[in-house]
Design a binder for this molecule. Structure first.
Ligand code: ASP
Ligand code: MG
Length: 418
């Protein structure tokens, strides 16, 4: 069994105490607990990197991050506890690594070395706290078993090697103790730290589940389960008691943030059920994602923010042909940009992509000679699965629509607050 606790479930001392209560009756051998960085730590580390890249002073940001973790520890531990020395040590290492040279060229590699501290620190604190509550867990470094390539920030899993390490190194440990480890991080063939993409801890849980033939994965969230819309953005949401793997995967594809998009596939292939449960109401059933779930037609709303609409217009008075599409896709692939929506007209290709540092500039630079390129940023991509047509106008009230696409089962618009 794998449990995954995300940033929100360890965001403060009370949350860590709550996590311990959830584990109190559930802790057993063969259990792996995967934790993310605490609260918004990853964003905090990203801001430090952004400042460093601009040669701005980031000392206040790193001091805040340290204060934040120390405050949590002061609430969880007596003042003479050894966790404080460990924390000092980790922040010392972080400060030291932050002194190294950062350029746009080594940004991705540098990013992984820095951002991974969030998970390492969090897992240390949580493991120490559990042990202090007589909930004995073994702290293990995920980088010892999660093997990836060297595609920093978007590292791909070496499944064979990962399975081998999990089986030889962790399986024997799990026969005696539960393991507590980090999500999101791995290591490349040289032993350098890599990360699996933002919010990748869910994926870690799935990787460990398949590599250890686990019976189930549970993701503990601040929502009652998988809902048909984000309750922070929409009213009258409905929880799914169960969902098929394909339906869940489709929702994540369009941007449902409740589960990381890469999580479903390995679990579906291995037939391992995924539970999404509330850490605020641990006894409640949540959502079970598995093969046999009955189909539903419940309208499901997914909103993806920070989108850019880019249009490529042919400049030579020809029409859009396959070669033009090919050229654009080739560049997107090189830059590892995924198209969230595509629309073709006679003379232009329009794509919607996530906003990512440097990427749009590079894309435009690489294709400037062949196309006239325009873009609009700060957009939202709204996807409705199984839409009820009459309900759509309400969702667009107060928004300007830049692009729209409908098929029988899916309705998508790119919108901007008007
Ligand atoms: N801490 C990482 C992030 O915020 C990974 C995760 O939370 O899953 O992206
Ligand atoms: Mg997170």
């Amino acid at each position: 069994m794998i449990y995954k606790f995300g940033g929100a479930s360890v965001k403060d001392a009370d949350s860590v105490k709550n996590l311990a209560e959830i584990l109190r009756n559930r802790l057993r051998k063969n259990l792996i607990i995967v934790v993310s960085a605490m609260g918004k730590t990853t964003n905090g580390l990203e801001s430090i990197l952004a400042k460093k890249l601009q040669s701005e002073d980031f000392s206040e940001n790193s001091a805040n991050l340290k204060t934040y973790h120390e405050a949590i520890c002061r609430d969880l531990f007596p003042p003479d506890h050894s966790v404080f020395a460990k924390l000092d040590n980790l922040f010392h290492q972080l400060e030291n690594d932050l002194q190294k040279k950062l350029t746009p060229e080594n940004y991705d590699e540098f990013y992984d070395q820095i951002v991974s501290f969030g998970e390492v620190i969090s897992s240390r604190i949580v493991a120490e706290y559990l042990c202090s509550q007589e909930l004995i867990v073994l702290w293990q470094d995920a980088r010892a078993v999660i093997h990836t390539d060297s595609d920093f920030r978007f590292a791909k899993i070496d499944w064979t090697k990962t399975r081998k390490s999990c089986q030889s190194e962790w399986k024997p440990l799990l026969e005696n103790f539960p393991i507590l480890t980090q999500g999101f991080i791995g290591s490349d063939p040289k032993g350098k730290t890599t990360t699996l993409g933002r919010e990748g801890s869910d994926f870690t849980a799935a990787i460990l589940a398949t590599s250890l033939d686990a019976g189930a994965v549970t993701i503990w969230k601040d929502v009652p389960g998988v809902l048909n819309a984000d309750p922070k953005l929409f009213q009258n949401t409905k929880k799914f008691d169960e969902l098929g793997y394909a339906e869940a995967a489709e929702m994540t594809y369009f941007g449902a943030s409740v589960i990381h998009p890469k999580t479903i596939k390995p679990l579906a292939n291995a037939g391992i059920p995924l539970y999404v449960k509330s850490f605020l109401d641990p006894e409640a059933a949540g959502t079970k994602i598995h093969e046999q779930a009955s189909a539903h037609q419940v309208p499901t709303i997914v909103l993806k923010k920070d989108q850019v609409l880019v249009s490529f217009k042919v400049t030579d008075f020809t029409f859009i042909e396959e070669k033009h599409i090919h050229r654009v896709y080739e560049q997107l692939q090189t830059l590892k940009l995924r198209v969230n929506m595509l629309q073709l007209s006679a003379i232009s290709i329009s794509i919607v992509i996530d906003t990512q540092l440097f990427k749009l500039e590079r894309l435009m630079a690489n294709l400037r000679e062949e196309f006239e390129i325009r873009y609009n940023d700060g957009l939202e991509l709204l996807t409705i699965l199984h839409p009820i047509v009459a309900d759509i106008p309400v969702l667009l009230q107060g928004f300007e629509v830049l692009l729209e696409q409908a098929s029988r089962n899916t309705f998508q618009v790119v919108r901007r607050k008007s």
